[in-house]
Ligand binder design. Structure first.
Ligand SMILES: Nc1nc2c(ncn2[C@@H]2O[C@H](COP(=O)(O)OP(=O)(O)OP(=O)(O)O)[C@@H](O)[C@H]2O)c(=O)[nH]1
Ligand SMILES: [Mg+2]
Length: 223
């Protein structure tokens, strides 16, 4: 697994790049979640993704700059075709998204898992994300215990969140930062910094920029 961004230039520290692919049925909010993470706000006019969109953000782990590349794939079969298959190359981690108000998107997860498996990614870090928690009523939303059971079956953490609500932005951060930490901790524990010091085996995290989390929005954009 290659995670280095730059060429082997003596004296130049290479930046690690983690490539994360985002999967799930059409309309579950993949584009809005990746946009929220990379741009710090809700994308008001989201259109169906054609093929794959690409977003990135630099984060810091243990004072080291890490580039997170998010590959936001199309959920609609007619926009996936053979194009998306190509983007599975060199993927380090996977996010599978469903819509908590649309059980059919949850029931598709096993098909997404098969797709991941067919690309040899069953051992890559994965997370399951239930999006649009701002929609519907607690009764109409898919029960957390039900989702948790499936997440446990596949051995992946479950996040429930909303790309829409500013108050949920920490949760959206957690999705991608959890994966980044998992990937980072797979690196050798003794890391030599630019200054030549050997850092300790503890991963700490600091945010690159503050995301606005001040007010809640209550508008529901569900169809
Ligand atoms: N209420 C609410 N609406 C959301 C949320 N996230 C996305 N949406 C809306 O859901 C619709 C689909 O969002 P997208 O992010 O484009 O969905 P997608 O999964 O990227 O869809 P494809 O590109 O077709 O695969 C849009 O109308 C968004 O505004 C959310 O957290 N809450
Ligand atoms: Mg999209």
């Amino acid at each position: 697994m290659s995670v280095n961004a730059s060429q082997d230039i003596p004296g130049l520290k290479q930046k690690k790049v983690f490539k994360i692919i985002v999967l799930g049925d059409s309309g579950v909010g993949k584009t809005c979640l990746t946009y929220r993470f990379c741009e710090g706000q809700f994308l008001n006019k989201s259109e169906a993704t054609i093929g794959v969109d690409f977003r990135e953000r630099i984060i810091k782990i243990r004072n080291e700059d890490i580039k997170l590349q998010l590959w936001d794939t199309a959920g609609q079969e007619r926009f996936r075709k053979s194009m998306v298959q190509h983007y599975y190359r060199n993927v380090h981690a996977v996010v599978i998204v469903y819509d908590v108000t649309k059980p059919e998107t949850f029931h598709s997860i096993s098909a997404w898992m098969q797709e991941i498996e067919s690309h040899g990614l069953m051992n890559a870090p994965r997370v399951l994300v239930g999006n649009k928690c701002d929609c519907g009523t607690p009764e109409s939303r898919l029960a957390t215990t039900y989702a948790q059971r499936l997440a446990d079956k596949y051995g992946m953490p479950l996040f429930e969140t909303s790309a829409l609500l500013d108050s949920e932005c920490d949760n959206v951060e957690s999705i991608f930062l959890t994966l980044a930490h998992k990937l980072y901790s797979k690196q050798p524990l003794r890391v030599i910094s630019v200054a030549g010091e050997v850092s300790k085996g503890v991963v700490t995290l600091s945010r690159q920029r503050k995301v606005g989390c001040s007010s809640d929005q209550n508008s529901c954009l569900c169809n």
